[in-house]
Design a protein around this ligand. Structure first.
Ligand code: FAD
Length: 520
């Protein structure tokens, strides 16, 4: 047994670090153990070709709450932004692109009344997003409502809903269970605008725009944007790894000890209580509380062991759905490509290839049968446009999210992977003629690659499907929705918990509050 800590946090992803930082600031002696050689988990920067750096998994901050930035003083710990409030450009193969931000849409063709409707629609959705944001930042209540504090929390949520007013409340109840396709079709005409908005409703989820629950996943996205406020879509200077480094720096300044290349092999139990961990090296570290940000199955089945859990709970873990549909493409480019219908300024923003909701639905359909899309939907950034440090002088990095790529690539994964790369490059070539000739190196990470490299369950954005049955009081599982687990002294703090994934830190911070209140 080496040193003793109040709390051990497993994993130095941003949720583990956010949890550790809040605990250390509350006076706890905290140790973070990370299996990788650098902090950040799925928010890191790494090389993928000589001289080329990329944010290898998450590549944009789109939901970073202002409160996290302020409370943790990340800018004092070295965080700089290469770009903030980045605009979205919906690409077209033939005509000018649409420029979309949180209040306006311009450009493209035949916008007609959609331009004015868009602002009003976003205002309406913005009110729901604010309500939703309030849900993300609190621990879900216990439905038994035995304690006054829990009754009060529920009352506050009910009051917020009521304050929307009768008409808005009725509208929210009407649209809440709809799919994004129908909602957008009700409100807009322009296919490119609808395609771009539906892209955000489905990004990171396992849904096409016609799937039930896509208004929920879109509200989740919009709630994140609400929290980010004026920061909007942002690119940290030095990539996402620089964000994680600043968070780690803030942790260290608060007294947190972070050990890298220190995989935890077992969570130790004594008299039905977590009492510490054993590292793969054999070292044992004791702590009164263990908090895990690792994937659900990793925490419970690999590190703890099913023998400490009842059969029903183990079955629920087995049934927790977590199969991602987003792949990642990294290209090293010898020069800047030109995308049809865009200005040079657009290349510093976010580019979408999702020209209509039908295109998006057709890209989604093959994934249901473990097949890859012929025409994938893409979110593209060229991070080196805003941050020259990421590529050799005059050269560029392209980082793209590729929807919808199944976790299971079918009987011939090698052939499927090659076809996916080909289909994605062909899609890019149609929108940026000549781009193929600029490619110096390419890296494609499918959901199963992402699972291997980052430990994300199923390579899933949220470490588990974000769906009504796995949301709020049911996330990750009914017995663990308040970050605690059936084993006293063991807590969860990763994206598998409420509210889910995206670099926003709520799972970590909500968990820290629960750890601090244990025994209350
Ligand atoms: C392809 C893709 C693109 C994405 N793009 C974006 C984006 O642009 N913007 C955005 O906001 N979000 C994005 N996301 C989602 C986001 O990356 C994740 O939701 C988020 O990073 C999860 O953070 P976390 O701290 O909960 O978990 P993680 O970042 O997964 O951290 C968990 C940590 O635990 C460590 N660990 C696991 N087991 C052990 C062990 N036994 N011992 C020690 N350490 C262990 C892991 O190494 C890891 O560092 C994307 C996700 C995917 C899959």
């Amino acid at each position: 047994m080496s040193a003793t800590f109040d709390v051990i946090v497993i994993g130095a992803g941003h949720n583990g670090l956010a949890c550790a930082l809040d605990l250390a600031r509350a006076g706890r002696k905290v140790l973070v153990l990370e299996s990788a050689a650098q902090v950040g988990g799925a928010a890191i920067t790494r090389s993928f070709a000589p001289g080329f750096q990329v944010s290898a998994c998450a590549h944009l901050l789109h939901a970073l709450p202002q409160s996290l930035l302020r409370d943790f003083a990340l800018e004092q710990h070295g965080l700089r932004f290469a770009a903030t409030a980045m605009a979205t450009h919906a690409l077209s193969e033939t005509g000018p692109c649409l420029r979309i931000d949180s209040a306006t849409v311009t450009g493209g063709s035949a916008l007609g009344e959609d331009a004015a409707n868009y602002g009003l629609f976003r205002q309406r959705m913005g009110r729901y997003a604010a309500l939703f944001f309030a849900l993300l930042s609190v621990k879900p209540p216990r439905l038994s409502l035995q304690r006054w504090g829990e009754r009060w929390d529920m009352l506050k949520l009910a009051l917020r809903l009521r304050l929307l007013g009768t008409a808005s409340m009725r509208e929210l109840l009407r649209i809440g269970g709809m799919n994004a396709y129908d909602l957008l079709d009700d409100n807009f005409q322009n296919p490119a605008l609808k395609g771009a908005l539906a892209f955000d409703a489905t990004l990171g989820a396992e849904y096409g725009p016609r799937s039930p629950g896509t208004v929920l996943t879109w509200l989740y996205r919009l709630a994140g944007e609400h929290g980010a406020g004026t920061l909007g879509l942002a690119q940290p200077a030095g990539g996402m790894g620089a964000f994680s480094q600043a968070l780690a720096q803030a942790c260290r300044a608060a007294g947190v000890e972070i050990r890298l290349s220190a995989p935890v092999a077992r969570i130790l139990v004594d008299q039905d209580h977590a009492v510490g961990v054993a590292l793969a090296s054999g070292e044992v570290v004791a702590a009164a509380t263990v908090v895990s940000s690792a994937a659900l199955r990793t925490t419970f089945l690999r590190l703890l062991g099913a023998e400490h859990l009842d059969g029903g709970f183990v079955r629920r873990i087995d049934h927790f759905r977590a199969k991602g549909l987003v792949a990642k493409l990294h290209l090293a480019l010898r020069d800047l490509p030109h995308f049809t219908g865009t200005s040079a300024a657009a290349l510093g923003g976010r580019l979408l290839i999702s020209p209509s909701m039908d295109y998006l639905e057709q890209a989604f359909n093959p994934s249901k049968y473990r097949e890859i899309p012929q025409h994938p939907a893409l979110e593209i950034t060229l991070p080196s446009v805003n941050d020259a440090s990421l590529a050799p002088a005059g050269q560029h990095v392209l980082s793209a999210l590729v929807q919808f790529v199944p976790y299971d690539l079918g009987p011939d994964p090698k052939a499927a992977r090659a076809a996916l790369l080909e289909n994605t490059l062909a899609t890019l070539e149609r929108h940026a003629p000549g781009i193929r000739a600029l490619v110096v190196a390419a890296e494609l990470l499918t959901p199963s690659d992402l699972e291997q490299e980052f430990g994300l369950a199923g390579g899933h954005w949220h470490q588990g499907a974000l769906a009504f049955d796995q949301f709020f009081v049911n996330r990750p599982l009914p017995q663990s929705h308040q970050y605690q687990t059936p084993l006293p002294g063991l807590f969860l703090c990763g994206a598998a918990c409420h509210p889910g994934g995206g670099v926003m830190g709520f799972a970590g911070r909500n968990a820290a509050r629960c750890v601090l209140r244990q025994g209350d």
